[in-house]
Structure formats: structure tokens, C-alpha cells
Design a protein around this ligand. Structure first.
Ligand SMILES: [Zn+2]
Length: 104
């Protein structure tokens, strides 16, 4: 059973249709209809996006195609570098452990 009712949009104060879904938007201004959880989720996504925009390798719309491609490559490479570092640390500790075992 779907709830269909008219509610007043909290953003533009127009009466709009609400079906009780969290992703329902106002028919007039396109804003989401008062769901705090969903708003928080969207806010978090925006915050994540802002964090990414502060990243030096973030591809800006003003970047040329070549810069965009190289930035994307560098980001992938950096991810790989972090992984490789973690693997190296794991390998080193394993090596030290083996040395420790052998010396006893
Ligand atoms: Zn509205």
C-alpha cells in the first residue's frame, strides 16, 4: 500500500505529492521532501566529493583531456602504491619473523 498525500514542500512552500518514499522530490523545486536520514546521506556524499575536489589529482572540468587522463592514471597509480607499501610491510615483517625463527 503506497501512501499518497499532499504535503507542503519545506523548501518552496508549494503543495506537492508525497508517496512516502525517501527519494521523493518536490514537483516544483526538485528538493527532497524532508527526510533527515536521506538528507544526511546526501550531505555526506557532498562532503566526500569536496574532499575529493581538494585532492591534487582531482580532474577539474577546466583541465584539458590529457591532464584529465594523466590525473586519473596517477590516482590509480597512487592507490597501487599504497597497496604495494602495505604488502611490502607485511613481507618485511614476515621476513623478520623468519629470521627470528632461524636464529633461535
Ligand atoms: Zn519545493
Amino acid at each position: 500500500m503506497s501512501v499518497k498525500r499532499e504535503i507542503k514542500c519545506p523548501h518552496c512552500n508549494e503543495w506537492t505529492l508525497w508517496r512516502g518514499e525517501i527519494y521523493d522530490r518536490c514537483l516544483y523545486c526538485g528538493e527532497f521532501l524532508q527526510n533527515e536520514d536521506f538528507t544526511k546521506k546526501v550531505e555526506n556524499e557532498i562532503r566526500e566529493q569536496v574532499k575529493e575536489e581538494n585532492d591534487i589529482f582531482f580532474v577539474k572540468p577546466s583541465d584539458s583531456k590529457f591532464i584529465g587522463v594523466s590525473k586519473r592514471f596517477l590516482r590509480k597509480f597512487r592507490k597501487f602504491a599504497v597497496f604495494a607499501q602495505a604488502a611490502l610491510i607485511a613481507f618485511m615483517s614476515l621476513l623478520l619473523w623468519i629470521i627470528g625463527m632461524m636464529s633461535t
